[in-house]
Design a protein around this ligand. Structure first.
Ligand code: F6R
Length: 607
C-alpha cells in the first residue's frame, strides 16, 4: 500500500527520495510525489501513474538536503494529482506524507474550513498539514504533538516545516515507520527497502511514538513527551536481494528462489537424530506445548491458504484440532478463546491490518498469539507473544509465492514438534525430516518443466473461468492456485474441493471451461480420478498436476504437468509450483503487469 520515504542529510535528497520510492513501488500505488525545502520555500511535485511520470516533472538542476516522498494507493478521494501526497498547509509552511486513515477527518475538516482553511484535495490526510499550521506557535515539535493528539485512526506521518529546516517530525500509530541511521544523513521510510542501499542500521518505531529526526541524531518520545530509549538494529539481508537479477519479473525470480527459501526456513531447525524440530522463538516450555489442546490460525489471502494446509498437517501429525480463520471475519465475530489454545497470526508482511487487529482481539481475550511472518521487525512479530520467522528474504512481487511455501515449511516444523510430543514415533519423525530435506531438489526438478508449462499457459490464456479442484490437503492448494491466477492474469478462477463439484459447480462446465486437477499420490487419488471422469463426461478442458506414474490420470486429461512423488503430507510444497508458473505464464501471455497487478497492494495496511 502507500509508501513513505524521508531524508535529511548532506546529500541531494531528490535522487535518494526517487530511488526510495521506486524501491517501494512493489507495495502497489497509483500516484507519487515529493516535497523538499529549496531556496526558502517548499517545492512539491506530484503526479498520478508511475513514479517516472512524477520524476519527469522534477527539474534536473534542483538540489535540496531535506525532503519527503510518498507513493499513494487511493482510499479517500480518487486517483488525481491533487489527491497525491505530499499535502501542503494553507500557506505552504508545512508538507506531510501520511499512510493510514484519519477516521475523524470530516469533523476536523469542517472545523478547519470554518476557520478559513481551504482544501485542495478530497483526502483525509490533508487535515494534518492544515492542523500543523493552525497549531504552530513557533515550535514545530509542539505543533506536531498537538496535531497528533487530535487525530483518530491509523497513521504513519512524516512532516516537513519551512521554518524548521533542520529536522523532520515523524509519528506512528498503526502504520509502520522505520528510521535509517547513516553518516551525516538520516532516512525514514515505511519499509527498509527504501533506503537499504545506503544504510543497514535501523530503528523501528512503535505505535504511539514520535521521532524528531535531524542530520546526526534522532529523539523518540511517546505521546506524553516521555523520551523512549530505542535500539539500533542491523538488517541482515542485502540490497542485491531486491534486484531482479536475470529474471524478467520479480515473480518469476521468487518462484525460482523457492528451493533456497525453503532450505532457509528449515535451516538449523531439525533435531534429526530424534526426529523432531526446534523453534526457539515460540517462547513456550515443553509442558506448555504439551498442554495445547487447540490451535487457531488467523490470516488473509495466501497466508490463510498456508494456514489451511497447516491445519491438515497439525491435525494429522499432532492430532490437535486446528481452526483457520479469515482475519477480517473473525475479528468482528467475538471469537471464543480457549484457555489451552494457541493462535498463529500468519503474515508475509507482518503488517496486514486485519491480521494484526484480529491478533490484538485474541490477545485481549487472554490468548497466546504466535507470529509466522517473513518481514523481520514488522508489527505482528513485534507485538505477538512469540513466533517463527520464515526467512524467505524480501518478497517484492505483489503476489505471494515463496513466502507461502516457507509458511508451509514452518507449519511442518511446528506439527513435527507437536506430533513428536504426541502420536508420532521417532522413526516417522526422522522419515518426515528426510522427506522435507528432499523437497528443494524436487522443486528444482519441477522447475525444469518450465518450458512445457509455458506452452500449456499459452493455450489456456485463451480461456476464461478456471476451476481448480483438489481434495484433502490439495484443496487449499486449489484455492491458492486460483488466487494466483486471478491476481496476476485477471482471469476468473475458483478453487473448489473436488467432492463438491457435483453440488453445484459442475453446472459451469462446458468445452471451454479449463479445469485443473491437483492429484498428488495420496489416499484420495482414486476419488480424484472419479472427479476427472465426471468433468470429462461434460466436456471440460482438463489439466492435471500429477505424479509421473499416474498413467490413468494422464490418459484422461488433455494436458498434465508432473510433480515428483513425496510424502503425501508434503505434496502442497510441490503441487503449488506448477500452478504458480501457470499463473505467471498466462499473465505474461496476456501482457499483464505481473509484479504490480492492478488494484493490488503488497501489504494491506488499511481495512
Ligand atoms: C496473494 C497475496 C495476498 C496476501 C494477503 C496477506 O498473493 O499477496 O492475498 O497473501 O494480503 O498478506 P500478508 O501475508 O502480508 O499478511
Amino acid at each position: 500500500m502507500c509508501g513513505i520515504v524521508g531524508y535529511i542529510g548532506k546529500n541531494n535528497c531528490l535522487p535518494l527520495l526517487i530511488e526510495g520510492l521506486k524501491r517501494l513501488e512493489y507495495r502497489g500505488y497509483d500516484s507519487s510525489g515529493i516535497s523538499c525545502l529549496h531556496q526558502g520555500s517548499i517545492s512539491t511535485f506530484k503526479k498520478t501513474g508511475k513514479i517516472v511520470n512524477m520524476e519527469a516533472t522534477v527539474p534536473k538542476s534542483l538540489s535540496a538536503t531535506i525532503g519527503i516522498g510518498h507513493t499513494r494507493w487511493a482510499t479517500h478521494g480518487g486517483v488525481t494529482d491533487e489527491n497525491s501526497h505530499p499535502h501542503l498547509s494553507q500557506n505552504n509552511k508545512f508538507a506531510i506524507v501520511h499512510n493510514g486513515i484519519i477516521e475523524n477527518y470530516k469533523t476536523l475538516k469542517t472545523h478547519l474550513e470554518n476557520d478559513g482553511y481551504t482544501f485542495r484535495s478530497s483526502t483525509d490526510s490533508e487535515v494534518i498539514a492544515h492542523l500543523l499550521e493552525k497549531n504552530y506557535t513557533g515550535d514545530f515539535e509542539k505543533s506536531f504533538h498537538k496535531t497528533l493528539s487530535l487525530l483518530e485512526g491509523t497513521y504513519g506521518i512524516v512532516a516537513l516545516s519551512l521554518d524548521n529546516p533542520d529536522y523532520l517530525m515523524i509519528g506512528r500509530k498503526g502504520s509502520p515507520l522505520v528510521l535509517g541511521i547513516g553518516n551525516d544523513e538520516m532516512f525514514v521510510a515505511s519499509d527498509v527497502s527504501a533506503f537499504l542501499g545506503h544504510t543497514k542500521q535501523v530503528v523501528y518505531l512503535e505505535d504511539n511514538e514520535i521521532s524528531k529526526l535531524s542530520i546526526n541524531n534522532f529523539k523518540t518520545t511517546d505521546f506524553t513527551l516521555e523520551e523512549k530509549k530505542k535500539e539500533i538494529a542491523t538488517i541482515d539481508w542485502d540490497i542485491s536481494e531486491l534486484n531482479k537479477n536475470n529474471f524478467e519479473h520479480y515473480l518469476l525470480k521468487e518462484i525460482y528462489e523457492q528451493p533456497e527459501s525453503i532450505r532457509r526456513a528449515f535451516a538449523g531447525r531439525f533435531m534429526e537424530s530424534i526426529g523432531t524440530a526446534k523453534l526457539g522463538g515460540l517462547n513456550m516450555t515443553p509442558q506448555e506445548l504439551i498442554n495445547i489442546d487447540r490451535v487457531g490460525v488467523i490470516a488473509c489471502g495466501t497466508s490463510y491458504h498456508a494456514g489451511l494446509v497447516g491445519s491438515y498437517v497439525l491435525e494429522e501429525l499432532a492430532r490437535v484440532p486446528t481452526a483457520v480463520h479469515i482475519a477480517s471475519e473473525i475479528r468482528y465475530k467475538n471469537p471464543i478463546v480457549d484457555k489451552n489454545s494457541v493462535y498463529f497470526a500468519v503474515s508475509q508482511s507482518g503488517e496486514t491490518i486485519d491480521t494484526f487487529l484480529a491478533m490484538k482481539e485474541f490477545q485481549r481475550k487472554g490468548s497466546r498469539v504466535l507470529g509466522i511472518c517473513n518481514v523481520v521487525g514488522s508489527t505482528i512479530p513485534r507485538e505477538s507473544n512469540g513466533g517463527v520467522y520464515v526467512h524467505s528474504g524480501p518478497e517484492i512481487s505483489v503476489a505471494s509465492t515463496k513466502a507461502f511455501t516457507s509458511q508451509l515449511t514452518v507449519f511442518y516444523l511446528f506439527s513435527l514438534l507437536m506430533g513428536r510430543m504426541k502420536d508420532v514415533s521417532q522413526q516417522k519423525g526422522i522419515e518426515l525430516i528426510q522427506a522435507l530435506k528432499m523437497i528443494p531438489e524436487q522443486i528444482e526438478e519441477i522447475l525444469k518443466s518450465t518450458e512445457k508449462i509455458q506452452s500449456i499457459a499459452k493455450e489456456y490464456s485463451k480461456l476464461d473461468n478456471f476451476l481448480f479442484l483438489g481434495r484433502g490437503i490439495s484443496y487449499p492448494v486449489a484455492l491458492e492456485g486460483a488466487l494466483k491466477l486471478k491476481e496476476i492474469s485477471y482471469r476468473h478462477a475458483e478453487g473448489i474441493p473436488a467432492g463438491e463439484i457435483k453440488h453445484g459447480p459442475i453446472a459451469l462446465i462446458d468445452k471451454n471451461t479449463p479445469v485443473i486437477f491437483i492429484v498428488p499420490k495420496d489416499h484420495l487419488q482414486e476419488k480424484m480420478i472419479s472427479n476427472i471422469e465426471e468433468v470429462k463426461a461434460r466436456g471440460g478442458r482438463l489439466l492435471a498436476i500429477c505424479t509421473p506414474n499416474n498413467q490413468r490420470v494422464k490418459e484422461l486429461v488433455h494436458d498434465y504437468i508432473e510433480i515428483p512423488e513425496c510424502d503425501p503430507l508434503l505434496s502442497p510444497l510441490l503441487s503449488i509450483i506448477p500452478l504458480q508458473l501457470l499463473a505467471y505464464y498466462v499473465a505474461k501471455e496476456l501482457g499483464c503487469d505481473i509484479d504490480q497487478p492492478r488494484n493490488l497492494a503488497k501489504s494491506v495496511t488499511v481495512e
